[in-house]
Ligand binder design. Sequence first.
Ligand code: GLC
Length: 420
Amino acid sequence: MRKALAVVSLVAAFGAASQAGAVTLTLACGAVGQELELCKAGADRWAKRTGNTVRIFESPNLTNDRLGLYQQQLAARSSDIDVYQLDIIWPGLLSQHFVDLKGKVPAAELNRHFPRIVEANTVNGKLVAMPWFTDAGLLYYRTDLLRKYGYSAAPKTWAELATMAKKIQDGERPSNSTFAGFVFQGKNYEGLTCDALEWISSFNGGTIVDNTGRITINNPRAAQALDTAASWIRSISPAGVTTYGEEEARGIFQSGNAAFMRNWPYAYALGQSEDSKVKGKIGVAPLPAGPGGKPAATLGGWNLGVSSYSKNQAAAIELVRYLTGPEEQKIRAIEGAYNPTISALYRDQAILKANPFFGSLLSVFTNAVPRPSAATKGKYNQVSQAFSTAVSNVLNGRSKGQAAVAQLSTELARIKGRGF
Ligand code: GLC
C-alpha cells in the first residue's frame, strides 16, 4: 500500500509534464498474478498509438484493500487517478464518483459485451464502467494424480471431492509432508464471500440475500454447506487455509503441493507457464455440487470506469474504450487467461487453443451466480463482511453452521435497517 501511495505523489508532482496536446493519464489496475504486467502492456500500446502517456497506479491484491484505498481517493475528489479498475460488486457503492459512459461509448461497442455484465455495471440507468474481464470460480485438479489414484474424472459432488482429496493426500504425504488435498480462499475477506456463496448455492441454500432484498441465509442447507466446509479443515485442507487468498492457494497448487484448488481463471495461465511445476498436468472443471443441488460459480470480474474528478475525461474514455475492446481482450485472454466479456471472442480459435476450458465451460461463465450487490446497494460491503466473518467463524470452529446463519440473519436485518 505504501508503494502505491508513493506512485500517486509522483503522479501529482509530474502529472502535468507531458508534450503539448498530449495528456498524461493515471490508470489504477490490480496486481494479482500477471495483472499489473498485462495492464501496463495494454496501456503502453494505447499510449504509443495516441502519443499520450499512461502511468500505472499499482493497487493492493485484496479487493477489500483496493476498495478502501479508492474510497479515500474518491471521497477526497482527487484527480490523481483518471481510470479505475472496478470490481463487479462495486458499481452500486461507487457510482456517484464515475462518469456516465452511456452515450460516450457507442452503443454498437457496448452491445458486444455480455448483457448481464453491462447490466451489473449499470446503476439507475448510469453506465458506471465498461466490462474488461469476467471471472467465475473453477475447480482445478491434477490430471496426473487423479490418474495415479485410479480416478477417471473430476469430482461431481463435494462428498466425492473430499474422498478423492483424502486418498490422494494420504498417498502423497509420505514423500511430501506438506501436500494438501484441497486449497481455496479461506481468509476472512471478499474472496471467502465468493467461495462460501458457491458452497451455499450449490447446496441449494440461496444467495444470502435474494434479488428482492429479502434475507435468506437462515436455512438448513446453508448451515449444512458451512459445516461441510468446516469439516475439510485439518482433514483435506491445511489449517493455514483460513489465511489464504487467491495467490496463496495458487502458490501451493502451482508448486505441486495440492491435488485440488478453487480459483479464478487467471490461475490457469500461470499454472501452464514454463516455470510451473504442474505445467501440462492441470485439469479445470465446474465446482462440485452439494446434495440435491447443482454446481455454482460465483460471478466475479473487473471493469474500467472514468473518475468524475479526472481532468482528462475525454482521453480517459478513449483509453477505456481501447482497453475493453476486442484487440486487448484477446491479448489478455491468450497471455493471462482473463476471460473476455465480448461474447464473440469465445469463438476465437487462438483464445480457445490457449484456454480450452473457455469453450468447454462456457456455461459456467454465462451462468455464474452474482453476489447480492445489486440488491443490497450501498450496504453490500457491510453485508459481505458480516457474511465472510460468520463463515470464518465456522471454518475456525468458533461456531456451528446453524448458529452462525441464525446470528448472521439478525446482523443482516440490522444492516438492512429500513431498507437496502
Ligand atoms: C476476483 C474477482 C472479484 C472478487 C475477488 C475476491 O478478483 O474477479 O470479483 O471480488 O476475486 O477476492
